[in-house]
Each structure stands twice: as structure tokens, then as C-alpha cells.
Design a binder for this molecule. Structure first.
Ligand code: SF4
Ligand code: SF4
Length: 90
């Protein structure tokens, strides 16, 4: 059965980054958060499969050493305030 955002326990799906494998090296695109539009809803943090997002005062901060550029955070963000940009472009 599919759960709504509110029904998911307040924890990231993955709580351990690939510390033995710097997955950020795989990335060709990276997420950029528009802080002005971010509603601090925590959904991107919950869905990141590599625990690459931490929350600082509710604001998502991406650790690019581990972000593999999958785009799940951008897809799941209900405010559409995460865009994926090519490495070196922004
Ligand atoms: S693109 Fe987003 S969901 Fe994917 S690894 Fe990076 S921060 Fe996590
Ligand atoms: S999902 Fe979008 S609105 Fe929610 S915390 Fe992440 S960036 Fe902000």
C-alpha cells in the first residue's frame, strides 16, 4: 500500500552515506536548492537514497561528496525548488 508523506516516519529512507565509496564522483548533474522557495518540508531529506542531505534549521544542505545526482530530491520536492544542473554550470 502506498503511504502518503505524512504517514512516513520522520527519518531518511537511508541513514548511512556510502562513506566507503565517494558516490559524488559519479555525478554529472547536481541539485541546486532555491532557498527563497524552499518550504522546509523535509521531503527531499527523507527521500535521498544516499543520506546526502542534512537539515540545518530545517533547510536542506546537500553534501556533494555523496550526492550522486540521481534527481530524486528534485522529483519529489512539492515546491519544485530543486533544479538539476550540469556540473560546472552553476
Ligand atoms: S540528487 Fe538529491 S536525492 Fe539524489 S543523491 Fe543527490 S541529494 Fe540525494
Ligand atoms: S522538498 Fe523542496 S521544499 Fe521541501 S525541504 Fe526539500 S527543497 Fe525545501
Amino acid at each position: 500500500m502506498t503511504k502518503s508523506h505524512e504517514e512516513i516516519t520522520l527519518t531518511p529512507i537511508s541513514d548511512t552515506p556510502s562513506t566507503m565509496n565517494i558516490t559524488g564522483l559519479w555525478r554529472v548533474v547536481k541539485p541546486v536548492v532555491d532557498k527563497e522557495k524552499c518550504k522546509k518540508c523535509t521531503i527531499c531529506w527523507k527521500f535521498c537514497p544516499d543520506a546526502a542531505i542534512t537539515l540545518v534549521d530545517g533547510e536542506p544542505i546537500v553534501d556533494l561528496r555523496y550526492c550522486k545526482g540521481c534527481g530524486i530530491c528534485a522529483f519529489e520536492c512539492p515546491s519544485k525548488c530543486i533544479i538539476m544542473v550540469k556540473e560546472g554550470e552553476q
